[in-house]
Design a protein around this ligand. Structure first.
Ligand code: UT7
Length: 326
């Protein structure tokens, strides 16, 4: 039995925030952000929009794109590090807001930018084992939970949601191979320390702004991101018995133009085969791969028969890759 992506969807908040606007908040410049990251602008959710709002908008589009209705959805996975609330998970709100049946619905939290691709891998096995149609959503409101005074992190991120329905049959894109992994020895170089049992949220910590302080050792994260996304990609190619020259488009996690260039170089693919939209949306965490895949298809960059390689990396460290044939 084959399993495939049946439909895709995305939602991008209307408000566009440019690099020049960031320079009004922190000591930065359009020149610095553009040259170090390739990011020109990002989207920022409206004050009355929360995680589930973005998730539901992307999910409804993915379900419609699949030619299904919400009644056909048998399971819901929401990959997010910026949940609606801590308890219950965002998937509970999404299940109700979509009007889905009382199906299993759960979050993949804390897996950073790799969450959505990891979710596709899980959905694939759930669909295989139980003949289910699984809705997978990657959603982040990173601008809401970050420190707007920390120039090392705030200029990098944006808000967005992307979704896919995974189910039996080749659908629009058959899943040929998947890879996912974790290296917890590096858990200290990317994360949010305050808010859990180790360092509970207190008034004093909130006053210091620590509840929004993202710890990030940029250069080390950069190196690991390149290494892991490349290795995961090579693994799925090997599993499927195809070469990189057979791949029509690589859709990597959009964190930084220089990371995308380095992954392309290491894989040996020309720049035109690496999909890039980081200049438009910044790093949207677990939403980045589904939004990029959705946009690549909308722009006609993917044709029937094309092999497309998805690869992602995030806090944990976690990584994941998926090879699909459209
Ligand atoms: O999805 C996973 C999440 N994270 C990532 O993907 C991040 C991966 N890493 C990166 O993208 C890059 O490492 C960064 C974009 C974060 C930083 O680029 P870099 O070339 O590694 O710069 P750096 O960390 O070496 O910093 C260079 C300088 C520092 O100043 P000093 O110490 O050399 O005087 C920073 O303080 O740039 C300074 N800096 C800034 N300057 C202007 C840091 N942020 C900014 C800023 N504007 N926004």
């Amino acid at each position: 039995m084959s399993v495939g992506l049946l439909g895709l969807g995305a939602y991008l908040p209307e408000r566009i925030m440019t690099n020049a606007e960031w320079a009004e908040y922190v000591d930065t410049s359009d020149e610095w952000i553009t040259s170090r990251t390739g990011i020109h602008r990002r989207r920022v959710a409206a004050a009355d929009q929360n995680t589930a709002d973005l998730a539901v908008a992307a999910a409804e589009q993915a379900i419609a794109d699949s030619g299904l209705t919400v009644a056909d959805i048998d399971e819901i996975i929401v990959a997010t590090d910026t949940p609606e609330v801590y308890i219950p998970d965002t998937a509970s709100f999404v299940q109700t807001r979509l009007g889905a049946r009382e199906v299993p619905a759960y979050d993949l939290g804390g897996s950073g930018c790799a969450g959505f691709v990891l979710g596709l891998d899980i959905a694939r096995s759930r669909a295989l084992a139980n003949d289910r149609r699984v809705l997978v959503i990657g959603v982040e409101l990173l601008t809401r939970l970050m420190n707007w005074q920390d120039r090392n992190t705030c200029v990098l991120f944006g808000d967005a949601a992307g979704a896919a329905v995974v189910g039996a049959g080749p659908g629009m894109a058959e899943i040929l191979a998947a890879n996912a992994g974790t290296d917890g020895t590096r858990s200290d170089i990317l994360g949010l320390e305050v808010g859990g049992t180790r360092m509970p949220f207190t008034e004093e910590r909130a006053r210091q702004g620590l509840h929004k302080e993202i710890v990030m050792h940029g250069r080390e994260v950069f190196r690991e991101a390149v290494r892991r996304m490349t290795a995961a990609s090579m693994d799925v190619l090997e599993q499927a018995g195809v070469g990189i020259e057979d791949v029509a488009l690589v859709v990597p996690h959009q964190a930084n133009q220089r990371i995308l260039d380095a992954v392309g170089d290491r894989l040996g693919v020309p720049p035109e085969k690496v999909f890039v939209n980081v200049h438009e949306y910044g790093n949207t965490g677990s939403a980045s791969v589904p939004v990029a895949l959705w946009e690549a298809r909308a722009q006609g960059r993917i044709q029937p028969g094309d092999l497309v390689l998805l690869t992602a990396f995030g806090a944990g460290f976690h990584w994941a890759a998926l090879l699909v044939r459209f």
